[in-house]
Design a binder for this molecule. Structure first.
Ligand code: DAU
Length: 327
């Protein structure tokens, strides 16, 4: 197949591109190269590349020409940034998804929307199933829910061959150091504070990026039109994750700082993945193996993350954390 991968220079997108190329597919990457998109993530990987915005129909038409499917990874994805300002989230996650849907409808090709467990909102007990109502808490998760709802409406109204995957917290090599694991690992390696929000007892499911990509590939190749597929991980609370990072980096436990909580912070996410498992999906990497491997990668690849942390990410870090850490 010839597949358009939007956001293919981002964290999960770039792993997915490598996976498709390894499987023999032709890949066109469309990426706006915002702060977190990085062409180096695809070094040595054969693909066609178009730089541009999924919210621009002209750009999408050029990039998508001749493609048999589109997998949409392009998104503003960081909850804390969405709290500082949601405009870009609406543009990319809502308007951008609309533009891709219009193209896929006219071209009559499959569209896979890569979404998130955050659309279900807080789950006190049990696990979210695909039919559960959407109760997003943050501007980010509301923008993703907006994308998901459009996909389902296009399936029903126009007969679009669309489907959705909803993944848990994903981690692994090449993740921009603003999310919990890469931020804390790189801070620990640099002897900087680890800013734990509130009591640190919020719970997330952790999913290795390769297992997440396997889930999306399975949905692309075997998912049914209109299907929604949860891909969950292993549940841990944030302090447990932090503790393991301290052990693996050998950093001083006094680096842990409990800081002002994230507004609207969801306590827990948990996914029921049985629908995807019925298609044959299984996680192949335990959290323990995955975190060991990931810490080792960040230890070895300072050349990848140091330029990021001294550039754009430094300004963001000051804005997000300076007052919290001073408080
Ligand atoms: O659940 C899937 C989602 O996982 C994805 O849809 C999002 O794109 C992705 O960013 C992630 O969202 P989270 O908000 O769960 O991830 P984050 O790494 O920002 O935070 C994980 C947990 O760690 C959360 O409870 C907040 C906490 N945290 C995070 C940061 C960055 C801290 O305590 N301190 C921090 O500095």
């Amino acid at each position: 197949m010839r597949i358009l991968v939007t956001g293919g220079c981002g964290f999960i997108g770039s792993h997915f591109v490598k996976r498709l190329v390894g499987a023999g597919d032709k890949v066109v990457v469309l990426d706006k190269l915002t702060y977190s998109g990085n062409v180096d993530n695809l070094e040595g990987v054969e693909h066609a590349f178009v730089q541009g915005d999924i919210a621009d129909p002209g750009v999408v038409a050029v990039a998508a020409e001749g493609c048999d499917a589109v997998v949409n990874f392009a998104a503003e994805s960081h909850v804390d940034r969405s709290i500082l300002g949601a405009g870009e989230f609406i543009r990319t996650d809502v308007l951008g998804t609309h533009v891709l849907l219009e193209w896929a409808r006219q071209a009559e090709v499959r569209l896979v929307q890569v979404s998130t467990d955050e659309v279900y909102g807080d789950v006190a007990d049990g696990a979210s199933r695909e039919e559960d109502p959407l109760r997003p808490s943050s501007p980010y998760s509301a923008s993703k829910a907006g994308g998901d709802l459009q996909v389902l409406a296009y399936v029903r109204t126009y007969g679009l061959d669309g489907l959705i995957t909803r993944g848990a917290n994903t981690y692994g090599p090449f993740q921009y150091p603003e999310k919990l694991i890469p931020l804390f690992v790189t801070n620990a390696l640099d002897g900087e504070a680890l800013p734990v929000y509130g009591d640190g007892r919020q719970r997330r499911e952790w999913l290795h990026v390769e297992d997440h990509c396997a889930a999306i590939e399975l949905a692309l190749r075997e998912g049914e039109t209109g299907g929604i597929y949860n891909a969950g991980g292993e549940e841990r609370d944030n302090l447990e994750v932090t503790q393991r990072i301290l052990e693996l980096t050998g950093a001083d436990p006094n680096l842990v700082r409990h800081v002002e909580d994230r507004p609207g912070h969801d306590r827990r996410y948990c996914l029921d993945s049985s629908r995807l498992e019925a298609l044959g999906w299984r996680r192949t990497r335990s959290f323990e193996d995955g975190i060991v491997e990931t810490v080792a990668w960040y230890r070895d690849r300072r050349d990848w993350w140091e330029p990021i942390k001294s550039g754009e990410s430094r300004r963001y870090y000051e804005q997000q954390y300076a007052a919290r850490l001073a408080g």
